[in-house]
Design a protein around this ligand. Structure first.
Ligand code: HEC
Length: 105
């Protein structure tokens, strides 16, 4: 029991800093392409959902974007993803989207 509590404390304090495992990163990339891509476009430049290109989201706060991914957006088609994606993972996705700036065509 004691070990479990210690493990939980360590997990929760390192949650934002730690990156998802390589395997999970690959799974998240697949989700981004296939699930998010179905609305935001395969190249994420927008479709039914808004553009997720770095230039279009850079002016919004990371927290706001993470919240949108986890909770969805009321009265829009954007669904909540918290059953599939943790806060740490949503944060990783946002950082990834923002870093894509260099690769834009
Ligand atoms: C069923 C369609 C749909 C799917 C699937 C979807 N989205 Fe969205 N998303 C939307 C729509 C529509 C909006 C725009 C909401 C609005 O008008 O404010 C949005 C908004 C967003 C925003 C906010 C953008 C901004 O500029 O404020 C983010 C970030 C986002 N989505 C990320 C994701 C991610 C990551 C996934 C996959 C895990 C995903 N979305 C899957 C429809 C979708």
């Amino acid at each position: 029991m004691k070990v479990l509590i210690i493990a939980l404390v360590i997990l929760s304090t390192s949650a934002m800093a730690a990156e998802p495992t390589q395997k999970r990163q690959q799974a998240l990339k697949n989700i981004l392409k296939h699930d998010c891509g179905s609305c935001h476009g395969l190249t994420l430049k927008g479709g039914l959902g808004s553009s997720l290109l770095a230039k279009d989201i850079a002016n919004k706060s990371d927290d706001f974007l993470v919240e949108t991914i986890l909770k969805g957006r009321k009265d829009t088609a954007m669904p909540p993803w918290q059953a599939f994606i943790s806060k740490q993972e949503a944060f990783w996705i946002v950082q990834k989207l923002l870093r894509k700036k260099d690769q834009e065509k």
